[in-house]
Ligand binder design. Structure first.
Ligand code: ADP
Length: 434
């Protein structure tokens, strides 16, 4: 970047020098031309006034041309050998308008001949000519000065650009050095969004790392409990410290703990699969109404065992881009919770509705509800309102985390309404896919 800025500065300097030189030369040359013509005009007028031109004026060629173009007098050349001058622009213009000017190349490139012609009262044209510097020679004369100035300017530019670049880069360097602590007032306003973005990304990475660490610690802890129970009961039986009825009970406990381990491991696998979620993998469109009513059917036996009535309401056809597996996982988790955190005599209503190009899926229960202060956190991994109740009922604390994950993967809008002691309604809204 420094090199680039440096280079740009020098480029601009060189460009400006060239433009300035050209403009100055043009201005100077125009000025010179004006001066030469005005001098020639004065000489011509004096000559006409005095009515004598045969005496030689310094460096000035005097020619008198008849109105037919033939030359009647020339101060430098024998008039007889000169051809007709009728087609010379300055002569032509003088015949037509009274005066005329012309510039022509001289024999040498460095000089030009400037002519001024004026019509006299007798119809003859008096022309005076003078050699003066041409544009090329003006430019050539100025060249050493131009080159010298250019070199000097280039040097100044290099030095200036070195310091300027340093000054421009300094805040960026500082920002790169300590992005997290630098004040926004100390960096370029243009860089503020950039700095904010990087900061936000830093924070995201940090919090993701923290969450992962926390998750690992939680998983370890969750796995340890059933494993400790299994090995405890097995040890008792191995030591022959259990009678027949104990053995039956212990085996039951071991089976329960093993089942618990299995659900936990299954949930963890599901979550990590979702985490690795291949976003590019296109999910198929499935009929969420069908999957929801199937889930209701499958879970109705368990619900009736706990004296909870469960029903499905709503449309029969609702396409959502979610894929069968995720749809089953989501509906199952929500309905299971609605049954699990319910009371005898309570009810669960599962709905799928279509409204304004949206699909509304909801699971509503008349269960124990979620106290306000826990509502924000229940979608976190392993967060439970009542740990022992969840465990007792076979919960892992991962169900809602899985639900939330599925919603974000499928662009579903997740909402929770709940009141402690009255019940809970969790809903998801998707765009319709036909
Ligand atoms: P769990 O396996 O413990 O059910 P979840 O992630 O599914 O884990 O739910 C987290 C917690 O949110 C539960 O432990 C419970 O306290 C609360 N919860 C979830 N669904 C409901 C519900 N329908 N009614 C009341 N509480 C609920």
């Amino acid at each position: 970047m420094k090199k680039k800025i440096n280079f740009r500065f020098i480029e601009i300097a060189v460009f400006s020098i060239i433009i300035t030189t050209l403009v100055m030369t043009a201005v100077f040359y125009t000025q010179l031309k004006k001066q030469v013509f005005s001098d020639l005009q004065i000489v011509a007028e004096i000559l006409i006034e005095e009515d004598s031109w045969d005496k030689k004026v310094d460096n000035i060629r005097v020619t008198v041309i008849n109105s037919d173009g033939s030359v009647s007098f020339d101060s430098d050349v024998d008039a007889d050998i000169l051809p007709s001058h009728l087609n010379r622009p300055e002569v032509q213009s003088a015949i037509e308008t009274g005066t005329g000017e012309g510039v022509r190349r001289s024999d040498t490139l460095a000089e030009s001949v400037f002519y001024y012609a004026e019509r006299m009262e007798n119809g003859q044209v008096l022309r005076v000519g003078k050699e003066a510097h041409s544009v090329v020679s003006v430019l050539l004369a100025a060249l050493p000065i131009i080159i010298g100035t250019a070199l000097l300017l280039a040097l100044i530019c290099m030095i200036l650009s070195h310091y300027l670049t340093k000054a421009i880069i300094r805040p960026i360097d500082r920002m790169a050095g300590d992005l997290d602590h630098i004040k926004e007032s100390e960096i370029y306003p243009e860089m503020v969004p950039f700095a904010r973005k990087i900061r936000a990304q830093h924070e995201e990475i940090l919090s993701a790392a923290n969450t992962r660490q926390e998750f690992t610690a939680n998983v370890t802890h969750e796995l340890k409990t059933p494993l400790a129970a299994i090995s405890g009961y097995a040890e008792l039986m191995e030591a022959g410290m259990a009678n027949d009825s104990d053995i039956k009970r212990f085996s039951g406990e071991i089976r329960k703990s093993a089942a618990r381990l299995l659900t936990l491991i299954n949930d963890i696998i599901k979550l990590s699969q979702l985490d690795a979620g291949n976003a590019s993998e296109v999910l198929e469109v499935v009929n969420i109404a069908e999957i929801a009513s199937d889930s209701v059917e499958m879970l109705s036996l368990g619900a009736s065992k706990n004296q909870i009535s469960i029903k499905y309401e709503g449309v029969q056809d609702a396409g959502v881009r979610i894929g069968k597996e995720l749809a089953q996982e989501l509906t199952f988790n929500l309905i299971e919770n609605a049954i699990r955190y319910n009371r005898a005599g309570g009810s669960v209503t599962v709905r799928v509705l279509r409204e304004d190009g949206k699909i509304l899926f909801s699971v509503e229960d008349t269960g124990i509800g979620i106290p306000e202060e826990h509502q924000k956190r229940i979608f976190e991994r392993f967060y439970r309102v009542d740990k022992s109740r969840s465990k007792e009922l076979g919960g892992t604390g991962l169900g809602l985390a899985i639900v939330k994950h599925i919603c974000s993967l499928t662009d579903g809008e997740l909402a929770l309404e709940s009141e402690a002691g009255k019940g809970t309604k969790i809903s998801v809204i998707w765009d319709v896919e036909e």
